[in-house]
Design a protein around this ligand. Sequence first.
Ligand code: BTN
Length: 262
Amino acid sequence: MIKNILSHLPGDFPRQVHWFEEVTSTNDIAKQMAKAGAPHGTAVLAGRQTGGRGRMGRRFSSPAGMGVYLSVILRPGRPAPELMHLTCAVGTLMCDAVETVSACRPKLKWINDLILQNKKLGGILTELSIDAASGLVDYAVVGIGINCNQKKADFPAELQETAISLKMHTGKPVDMAQLAAAMIYRLCQGAIPENRISLMSAYRKDCITLGKEITVLQEAASYPATALDINDDGALLVRLCDGSTKLLQSGEVSIRGQAGYI
Ligand code: BTN
């Protein structure tokens, strides 16, 4: 697998790509490597994750040989408030990567889900470590999982109505090495742009949440809202039932469509 991934990356690309048959979570391995000094662009991939994680402590199903499970270490050297949009930027770049390999472009559900046919194709988990002395981000680990070759029955029963793989959508098996290389390349080249404006306007175009009636889930509470806009920090502006507006930060809430997952 690793040789196949490298063969799809340009010859002059810095090749810090690590492959494991099985890990708990590629984000955990990448964080250990980042703490030990691994450079910007180091990529960690696994054939299978026994403890794949998503936002809000959710599980990410990661069966052997069926998906790309990738984490990349970024060293942006900027304060955390300048990186609020990072998950959105990664989402747009991952849509680009999928599109080049499979000729279909996923949509994005705010903030971190990749969507096809209104079902979850994959997700992004961003974890930051901040240097206490300088206040700068020491490293960011961005983890992405994309369902590639599953059939419906390969998903856990509770996900079978809400999850999809690229193969279920296109009818063709996915070259996972080619997809992994496209994901690594885009992340290393584009995730920390000087100017976030164009990436964020691309994110808004891909995002299916805008204009939708949603349910906001916050701690034990939930309430209905209409999704109005996403600002350049990736926060979601919503209108509440009483007509007032509110800015939702992704670290605090998750959302559902009022008729189901989307
Ligand atoms: C989500 O669904 O909220 C995000 C899912 C992110 C899954 C990826 S798979 C590679 C990396 N390792 C993990 O444990 N999580 C991310």
